[in-house]
Design a protein around this ligand. Structure first.
Ligand code: 16G
Ligand code: MG
Length: 551
C-alpha cells in the first residue's frame, strides 16, 4: 500500500470539483452546512478527510452523513462520524475547515500533506467509510462528489443509501464493534429496526396497547424509516404517518417538522384536520434526530411536549426502575441540559437528580452525559438520548436480583439500553422510549404535561454583521463580549417576574440568538424583543436588521 499521498489522482479528481472562490467554509456545530449548490468541493474534500481519519484510526470505519437536518430544502451539509458512532473529534473540525478552504488543487494537496504530517497519519493503513444521505434533491450530486474523494484515496466505501442520521451513526458503531464483546448490533437497517422493535415489544409486554400515534415526518427521510419501523412494530404500536411527501419539491421541513413546531409553538397546519383532542402526535425533523410531542386539549388548545419534557419523563422513569431493581446505591442517574432548557424543567429535575448545564451542541451534551452512570441528555429542541456507561451495562448483566419485582426492573433496564440509540439522539428510538413510559405510567399527553408547567418563552434571532463579536461564558448563559452588553441585559431581566434571558452566537447560521422566559406570555415576548433590540443597537451596521417579528 502507498505510503505517500496519491497526488496525481487527487489533483485530477480535485480539478473536477473546484472550490468556489468567494466562499469561506466552516466545519461548525453540525459539520459543514450551507446552500447545497455551493458544496461540491467540500464533499469531495470530506471524502478525502474521512479516508485520512480512518487511516489515522487504524482503518476503523468512519461515517459520513450528507444532510442539512431541519434547514430549508435548498440547504445541505455533511458531517463526519467517529468510530463509536459519536461526533468527529474537535481537533479534526479545524483540519476539515482548513482543507475545505484551500483555494486550488495544489493548495489542497499541500494542506493534506500538512495534515498527514501534523496528525502523524500512517498512509499505509487501510481506509474504511460508510455514508448515507437524506432526501434532499441536492443529495445525489453531492454524494457523487464525496465518492470521488473516496476514489482519490482508494478508500473502501459502503453506501448506506438514503437513511436517517441516527441510522448512519448506528451503522458506524455496529461495523466497528462487530464480532467483539461490545457488539452493538447487526450492521444493517434491518438490524436497526429489529433491535428497536424487539426491545419495544419486550418493554410493553403485558401493558395495554397504546392508541395510534400520529407522526409528522417533516416530508423527509424519517418517513421512509418510520414506514419500515411501523411494519416491524406490527400490532405493538400503530404509527399514523403524516407529511411523507419526500419527492414533492419544497415540502421538506416546510411548515412541518420538529423545528417548526418548537420555534413557532404551533401545530403544523397540515395536521389541523388530522389531530383530534386528546390524541398524541409527534414531529421528527428532516433527518429524524429530533423529536417534539404535542396534543390538543379538550378545548382544542395546543400543548407542546419538547425535549425538556421528554428528559423529565424519561429520567424519572429510569430512576424509578433503578430503585425498584435495588440498584439505587450503585447506579447514579444524571441529566444534562443547555441554557435553552425551560427554567421550570430545570427546577423540576434539580429537585430529583444532579443536573448539569453545558453549551449548545450534541457533542457537549454527549460528553457531559458520559460522566454519569446513566446520563440523560436532551436539548429543548428535541435532540437527545440516554447513555449507559460500560460499567453500568456490565453491572446490569451481572446483577443477581433477589425478588421477581427486582428481576423485572432489571430486564426492563436492559431492554431500555437496547431500545435507546446510544450513539446520538434518534427521533424514532426516542419516540418508542416515550411510548414505553406512557404505557407503563398509563399517562395521556395531558398527564405527562402536568409533571411541571413550562414558563412561557420565546426565541428570536438578530442578523448582525459579525456574530463572532459575541462571546459567552457560563455555558452560554452570559456574554463577555461585546463589553457592557450583559449588564444592560441584566438590568432588563430584573424588570420581569421570573425573567431569564441570554444571547449567544449561532453555530449554524450567521445570526445571534436570543432566548427569554418569564412568568407571563406577554412578558416573555416583550423581554425577548427588548433584548433583541439591545443586540441590534449594539451590533448595528448595515447588514443588521432590527427584529420586527419573531423568527
Ligand atoms: C445543531 C446541533 C444541535 C444544536 C443546534 C444549535 C448537532 C448534531 N446539532 O443542529 O445540537 O442545538 O445546532 O444551532 O450538534 P445554533 O447554534 O444555530 O443555535
Ligand atoms: Mg436533525
Amino acid at each position: 500500500m502507498a505510503s505517500s499521498l496519491p497526488t496525481k489522482l487527487i489533483q485530477s479528481l480535485s480539478d473536477l470539483h473546484p472550490k468556489p472562490s468567494h466562499i469561506h467554509f466552516q466545519y461548525g456545530t453540525a459539520g459543514f452546512r450551507t446552500l447545497g449548490s455551493t458544496l461540491d468541493s467540500v464533499l469531495f474534500r470530506v471524502g478525502i478527510i474521512a479516508a485520512l481519519r480512518s487511516k489515522k484510526l487504524d482503518g476503523r470505519t468512519i461515517g459520513v452523513m450528507v444532510t442539512a437536518s431541519h434547514n430549508p430544502e435548498p440547504d445541505n451539509g455533511v458531517k463526519l462520524v467517529d468510530p463509536r458512532g459519536e461526533m468527529l473529534e474537535a481537533a479534526w473540525e479545524g483540519h476539515a475547515t482548513t482543507i475545505s478552504n484551500a483555494s486550488t488543487s495544489s493548495d489542497l494537496i499541500e494542506a493534506l500533506e500538512s495534515l498527514v504530517q501534523t496528525a502523524k497519519i500512517d498512509l499505509s493503513k487501510p481506509a474504511n467509510v460508510v455514508y448515507a444521505r437524506d432526501t434532499r434533491p441536492s443529495g445525489p450530486g453531492l454524494v457523487s462528489a464525496l465518492e470521488d474523494g473516496f476514489k482519490a484515496m482508494s478508500a473502501t466505501s459502503r453506501n448506506a443509501g438514503v437513511a436517517t442520521t441516527p441510522i448512519l451513526h448506528y451503522l458506524v458503531k455496529c461495523i466497528n464493534t462487530k464480532g467483539t464483546k461490545y457488539s452493538y448490533g447487526d450492521d444493517s437497517e434491518e438490524g436497526y429496526y429489529r433491535k428497536l422493535s424487539t426491545s419495544y415489544k419486550k418493554l410493553v409486554a403485558g401493558k395495554a396497547v397504546q392508541p395510534p400515534l400520529i407522526v409528522d415526518c417533516a416530508n423527509g427521510v424519517g418517513a421512509l424509516a418510520a414506514e419500515q419501523l411501523n411494519e416491524y412494530l406490527g400490532d405493538a404500536l400503530q404509527l399514523v404517518l403524516e407529511n411523507t411527501s419526500i419527492t414533492t419539491p419544497g415540502a421538506l421541513n416546510n411548515a412541518c417538522g420538529a423545528d417548526y413546531v418548537k420555534v413557532s409553538q404551533k401545530l403544523p397546519p397540515s395536521l389541523s384536520s388530522v389531530l383530534k383532542p386528546g390524541q398524541r402526535a409527534c414531529s421528527l425533523d428532516g433527518d429524524a434526530d429530533r423529536l417534539i410531542y404535542y396534543y390538543l386539549d379538550d378545548r382544542g388548545v395546543f400543548h407542546m411536549l419538547d425535549g425538556d419534557k421528554i428528559a423529565a419523563l424519561v429520567a424519572a422513569f429510569i430512576v424509578e426502575l433503578v430503585k425498584v431493581a435495588g440498584l439505587e446505591d450503585q447506579i447514579k442517574v444524571g441529566v444534562v441540559q443547555t441554557a435553552y432548557a425551560n427554567g421550570a424543567s430545570t427546577r423540576y429535575l434539580q429537585e430529583r437528580l444532579p443536573v448539569k448545564c453545558v453549551p449548545t451542541g450534541v457533542k457537549h451534551l454527549h460528553h457531559a452525559a458520559e460522566r454519569y452512570n446513566v446520563g440523560v441528555y436532551f436539548e429543548a429542541n428535541g435532540h437527545g438520548t440516554v447513555l449507559f456507561s460500560q460499567p453500568t451495562l456490565d453491572k446490569l448483566t451481572e446483577y443477581q436480583p433477589s425478588t421477581p419485582a427486582q428481576s423485572r426492573a432489571v430486564e426492563h433496564l436492559v431492554s431500555l439500553t437496547e431500545l435507546i440509540n446510544q450513539t446520538v439522539g434518534d427521533a424514532l428510538s426516542d419516540m418508542l422510549l416515550v411510548e414505553v413510559v406512557l404505557a407503563h405510567k398509563s399517562y395521556s399527553g395531558e398527564e405527562w404535561n402536568s409533571l411541571y408547567v413550562d414558563l412561557p418563552n420565546r426565541l428570536a434571532k438578530v442578523s448582525v454583521p459579525n456574530r463572532n463579536a459575541f462571546r459567552t461564558e457560563d455555558a452560554e448563559r452570559r456574554l463577555v463580549s461585546p463589553p457592557g452588553l450583559q449588564t444592560k441585559i441584566d438590568e432588563l431581566i430584573n424588570r420581569y417576574q421570573g425573567g431569564r434571558s441570554f444571547v449567544r452566537p449561532s453555530g449554524t447560521e450567521d445570526v445571534v440568538r436570543v432566548y427569554a422566559e418569564a412568568a407571563l406570555r406577554t412578558q416573555a415576548d416583550e423581554l425577548a424583543m427588548r433584548v433583541a433590540g439591545l443586540v441590534y443597537d449594539e451590533a448595528g451596521g448595515e447588514a443588521a436588521s432590527r427584529p420586527k417579528e419573531f423568527l
